[in-house]
Every structure is written in C-alpha cells, then in structure tokens.
Ligand binder design. Structure first.
Ligand code: C5P
Length: 205
C-alpha cells in the first residue's frame, strides 16, 4: 500500500505521515528533506540557490547530510523552496523517491508532488492543509519553543512566500490531486486529523 501525503509548509503533513506509517507499519520518507539537503549543500558550495547549475551540482550531497540538524532550520526550508523550482533538480531526485514509493510492502511519502508526480498510482492520497494564519501560528510557537527569536508577522510572511513559490512554479507545483482527500485541519487536533486520515485510507485499501 502506498500512501501519498501532500500539502503546504507547516500544515502538519509530516506529523500525519509519520503517524500513518506507525499505524500501518510502513516505512516513511519526508521528501522535503531531500530538497532541504540540496538547498543546504548549495550554500555549503557557496552557490546560488536560484541558479539551476549550482543547485544541480548540489544534488550530489553526501547521504550523511540528511542527518544534519541544520536541515530543519527555517532558512534551509527557504533554500529548499528555491532549489526545488529547477526541473533538473526535481529530475535528479525523482528516481530515489519513486524507488522508495514502490518498495515491496509499500510506503508513506510526504511532500508536495507525491500524489501527482512521484506516485500517481498511490492507493490513498491526502492533501493536508490549514489556513496560512494557523500554519504561521503553529510554526511561530514551535520556533519560539526552540528559543528562536522571531515575530509572528515574519513567520506569516515566510509562509506566504513559500506557498507562492511552491504553488506558482511551472514544474510539479503544489497541487491537490483530484483523487486526494482534502484534509483541512484548521482548528482540528492531531488525533482528529489522524482519525480522519485512517478512515479515508481504510476506504481506499
Ligand atoms: O516539506 P518541507 O518544508 O521540508 O519542504 C521544503 C521545500 O522543499 C518546500 O517548500 C518545497 O519547495 C520543496 N519540496 C518540493 N517537493 C517535495 C517536497 C518538498 O518541491 N516533494
């Protein structure tokens, strides 16, 4: 069984993907981490994330980079969103994600284009979202909890910028697959979101 979980930044899709993977005993891949690694490697190479050749060269990042805490930084998320607009970068990361999705026994993947590009044949597709203000509130609280000194307005501006870039790019934009469940979790707690997701997966398997 393949479960595709897509959605915008700070929508809770990563948490939901991990919970579904636990529930069904499936391996899970956070595909955003791959783009984050490319973005961060571009910076380590002193390259420009907006330059396709620099970003492509960074696709050769060492596997160990995937464990680097710096990949979780907000700034790295911004770099990821910039390198991810280049079709050559998306092509370089494509096969790895497809292989993960199609491994025997199935998998859960979360990202932006899993249900549309990486695993269009997925058994169950979820499009997880929440209002930009709610996503900014959650991200702001999470960052403040980590001791990051940032204002809510700055986080909201970043959420809007990431949404615009991820939705507006020509290649594999963030888009709800027509057969995906729209799970808007604004004002919903994590348990309720998980229950709704499981009910949908059960219908589809
Ligand atoms: O999900 P996360 O915030 O870690 O993703 C970082 C960035 O990587 C996103 O803003 C998006 O631009 C890019 N991304 C993508 N396709 C995916 C996963 C992430 O373009 N499947």
């Amino acid at each position: 069984m393949i479960i595709a979980v897509d959605g915008p930044t700070a929508s809770g899709k990563g948490t939901l993907a991990r919970q579904l993977a636990d529930h069904y005993g499936l391996p899970v891949l956070d595909t955003g981490l791959l783009y984050r690694a490319v973005g961060y490697q571009t910076q380590l190479n002193h390259g420009d994330a907006d330059n396709a050749a620099d970003a492509l060269a960074a696709c050769d990042f060492p596997v160990s980079l995937l464990d680097d805490p710096a990949l979780r930084y907000e700034t790295t998320g911004g770099l990821a969103s910039r390198v991810s607009v280049h079709p050559a970068v998306r092509a370089a990361l494509f096969q790895r994600q497809v292989d993960f999705a199609n491994q025997p026994g199935g998998a859960v993947l979360d990202g932006r284009d899993i249900g549309t590009v990486i695993a269009p044949h997925a058994d169950a597709k979820l499009f997880v979202t929440a209002s930009p203000e709610e996503r900014a509130r959650r991200r702001h609280a999470e960052m403040r909890g980590r001791g990051v000194d940032v204002t809510y307005d700055a986080v909201l501006a970043d959420v809007h910028a990431r949404d615009a870039r991820d939705t507006g790019r020509a290649d594999a934009p963030l888009l709800r697959a027509t057969d995906a469940l729209l799970l808007d979790n604004t004002g919903m707690d994590k348990d309720a979101a998980l229950a709704a997701a499981i009910a949908f997966v059960e219908e589809r398997r």
